[in-house]
Design a protein around this ligand. Structure first.
Ligand SMILES: C[S@@+](CC[C@H](N)C(=O)[O-])C[C@H]1O[C@@H](n2cnc3c(N)ncnc32)[C@H](O)[C@@H]1O
Length: 404
């Protein structure tokens, strides 16, 4: 689609800029999260656009990559997300262990207290034999809470559930059912579950120690259950760095129902969070929000013609995300970095980077540069028919500067 104005672009490979860093280094790989930032993107923004001790906000913080990178580079971060798991994830990922916690209390379950999740569907996701053991492990945990143990218990509770652990959704696969049936047949599953828990704990502890050795300073504030579309900051921050949801690519709350259940969330709390997720929420307060972007209008027309049923979700997606950037942008004194992959609305791929830029140019920002990650682009262009499952072709980091 033609746009009159050309924005300065630079091809880049964020991974190649930091060959010494892996995507899971320090505590980044502690727990799975869909569409997680690669830490190299965050590091590049921090190194090139921020200074030590400055404040960075991430309004779609997910698993908290910005929070971790901030503390590894002596910056401060505010990490907000609708998904409540941001709090336990960041608590663990930024935890500085003084000594290795003693997990031997988990190895005798005979008189263990029992923790029963409030979520009414929990029994549909576990064979009763496994659920009974997990309820005891969580019972012990709630009497002796520890941020690192909680992550090992999340891993264990997913592993022994019927939810496929390879799929970023809560989803029952035949393969997983078969695995669970085999484990049940083998018997002695208490030992198997405890062994897995111990192994998971060791991996979590190891990444926590790696975080500790690399920690440079700063503070990280994490808050979950925040509907960012309706949120205002009561202070200024230097920068905003985020990757918003990618079109219709994921349903985050749905993916995390098991974790939310073990965190004590009930049906009603989970339902209310689901209703606020972008772009699956209703229009409500967004009805009156105006988007100032020609490119947005062009794609809206195209979607109206080709996929009329998706107009609503397209509209809600851009209105929600742009309302967040416009509102929080008023409190940003320096740079905004927005990282986005071009995911499709059922085959139609709007230029997210251009739509965001056009709108924000009308709301106090000027475009500095758009970085296009060439590794992703190269891989996908080589084999065009084999587009990624979410239809993501390239990933871009848009840099805008506040005119304040
Ligand atoms: C692409 S992910 C961010 C991943 C993150 N950059 C990381 O490294 O883990 C987008 C996030 O937007 C969040 N989100 C969706 N709707 C939201 C809403 N209404 N308010 C706040 N966050 C929301 C999702 O929960 C998800 O974590």
């Amino acid at each position: 689609m033609a746009t009159e104005k050309r924005y300065e672009k630079e091809m880049i490979s964020f991974r190649d800029k930091y060959p010494q860093l892996t995507t899971t280094y320090a505590s980044h790989g502690m727990y799975y999260y869909p569409a997680r930032f690669i830490p190299q993107v965050v590091r590049y923004f921090i190194d090139n656009y921020t200074k030590e001790k400055e404040w960075i906000i991430d309004p779609f913080a997910g698993s908290g990559t910005v929070g971790v990178e901030a503390l590894l580079t002596n910056r401060n971060a505010i990490c907000l997300d609708l998904n409540p798991v941001i709090e336990p994830l960041l608590e663990a990922k930024t935890y500085i262990p003084k000594r290795q916690p003693d997990i031997s209390i988990y190895f005798n379950l005979d008189n263990a207290p029992i923790y029963k999740p409030k979520w009414s569907k929990i029994e549909e996701w576990y064979p009763p034999e496994f659920l009974e053991i997990l309820e005891k492990l969580w019972g012990i945990f709630y009497e002796n809470p520890h941020p690192l143990v909680r992550i090992a218990l999340f891993k264990t509770s997913r592993k022994f559930s019927l939810a496929d652990d390879q799929v970023p959704k809560i989803f029952r696969s035949k393969k997983k059912r078969k695995q669970i049936e085999e484990l049940l047949k083998k018997g002695n599953y208490e030992r198997t579950i405890l062994d897995f828990f111990e192994k998971s704990f060791r991996a979590v502890y190891k990444s926590s120690v790696e975080f500790k050795t690399r920690y440079k300073g700063g503070e990280c504030i994490a808050k979950g259950s925040i509907d960012i579309v309706n949120y205002e900051l009561d202070r200024d921050v230097n920068h905003l760095l985020t990757s918003p949801p990618y079109g219709m690519a994921h349903e985050y709350i749905r993916s995390f129902k098991l974790e939310l259940a073990w965190l004590g969330k009930d049906d009603n709390e989970i339902r209310e969070l689901t209703k606020l997720e972008i772009p699956y929420r209703n229009n409500g307060i967004l009805e009156k929000f105006e988007i100032h972007s020609k490119t947005y209008e062009e794609y809206r027309k195209l979607i109206e013609e080709k996929k009329p049923k998706l107009v609503k979700v397209y509209e809600i997606y851009f209105k929600s995300v742009l309302k967040v950037f416009e509102t929080l942008g008023k409190n940003v004194t320096d740079y905004m970095g927005i990282f986005v992959g071009n995911a499709t609305f059922s085959g139609i791929m709007p230029h997210y980077d251009i739509i965001f830029t056009e709108h924000l140019e009308e709301h106090g920002f000027e475009h500095v540069k758009t970085y296009v990650d060439i590794i992703k682009a190269r891989k996908l262009f080589k084999n065009r028919k084999n587009a990624s499952p979410n239809g993501i072709e390239t990933e871009s980091l848009v840099i805008l500067k506040s005119k304040r």
